[in-house]
Write a protein that binds this ligand. Sequence first.
Ligand code: HEM
Length: 507
Amino acid sequence: MITLVLAIIVLLLCLYFKYEYSFWSRHSVEGPAPVPIFGNFHEYILTKKRHFFEIYQDIYAAYPTARYVGIYKMGRPALLIRDLELVKDILVTSFNTFNMNEFAIDADLDPLIAVNPFCIPGDEWKAKRSQLSPLFTQNRTRVAIPFINGVAKKMLEYIESGPESSTMEFDVKELCAKFTTDNVAAVSFGLDGESFTNPNASFRKIGDDIFKPTFINGIKQQIVLFVPFMAKILKVPFVSKESDKKFREIVQQVVDQREQEKSRRDDLLQVILDLREKHGKEEYSDTVVCGHSMTFLTEGYETSSTTMSMTLYELALNPQVQKRVQLEVDQLLTESNGEINERVILGAEYLEQCIMETVRLHCPVFHLSKFSVREYEFPPQFEGSTKSLKMPGGTNVIIPVYAIHFDKTYFPDPFKYDPDRFSKENKDNIPKYAYLGFGEGPRICLGMKFGITQVKGGIIAILSKYNVLRHELTDVPFKYAKSTFNLQPEDKVMLRFEKRKDVINEE
Ligand code: HEM
């Protein structure tokens, strides 16, 4: 009897999956054959052989003439977009149809993350993005530079006399995380984040709690991304209760102090508090004030720290590029008497090319996953066909940024670290919408300028005093963490620092 019941269950499951996984063939869309339960992601979820950015890359390569490919994220059908015209349509021209990012956050579970524009669709997104926009003007980025200079000095002291100074062997992933975390603390709250001096510093702990590629974080992120309904049932928060509490305490303390002392600071929290004064507490509740501050921490520290450490990694592997950056940096610092100021940051054009090239090769946000909010008619899957594809609202489209960045039609010799792709003379040769490291269209990264500025500040400080060299533990080729939703190093990024003999801006 039990055998019969089991056989019926198995049969029903088979019929269910057969129907579920015929979705794209019923729509006459070609794509790779799925595996029951896991769709096209078994090598990611089951065997951990491939990260899902690699799976996207494999599928992208397997359908070279398709505008899009039909895939299954576990049981859910999605379209992997290959055609740049379609990318433009999704991100820009038909933005109102695709204004919903995949990252569905439950506001009851994660009230602070739910304020982040990245996680919000439609009109609410517009409101939150415009609340945050005053924090990212050109002028605000300019005001941030002295703070960045201050943190860069602390980083140099740490390199010179911290625990690793005896060997000069650094995990630059951790070094850069300390640097960008303390920048965020300084620029946002006027606080010393203490990452270089206190092993239990709160900001670093909160950052790690959210982003560190631990087993638990991996499971959390897979549930949120692949089975979002389970996240709701299991009540899995992105930010732990302790971090939520600790972060609110930190922000509240700063707000209370300013109210008591009737003092003002030139930092981002002050901009938010001024907006609260103007528009009232209903629009700028405590949760909104803390949430925007949290956005600054989550968005401001991780992507930038990955970009900074990966740039140092590439410079260590490409010493001739490093030398060229140092020549540029030396000249600029000589003109500024050794101070990292606005002229130095803006003048470091070749370094900026290096950062752009790093974001091409190691894009922290390796895919842009959006949902349509109304019906949309896709062009035919293949050139020459006349059969378009009408899909209802709720269709998931995935722009595989990493795969596009390695497409040799757009980036010749794509594995080569070649910052000259982004030179004034060459950058217009890159087809529009082939470079998507910061997104495009109305949702383009709000903190791009600030991110690039802080990465430049940190690298200028390091390269003005040190050469960065490959270490015997440096992973070549690079190894990424397998379980995270953004691209992160799997483990330490070990480099050796060597004091420059030709330092020309000694204090
Ligand atoms: C080098 C570092 C960075 C990279 C590579 C990066 C990349 C990106 C990407 C790809 C997106 C998604 C765009 C889309 O959904 O279409 C994004 C969104 C966003 N980024 Fe960045 N980012 C960086 C640094 C920063 C920094 C420093 C901040 C703030 C302090 C920031 C704030 C944001 C915000 C608020 C959004 C959401 C925008 C929206 O949905 O309207 N980012 N970023």
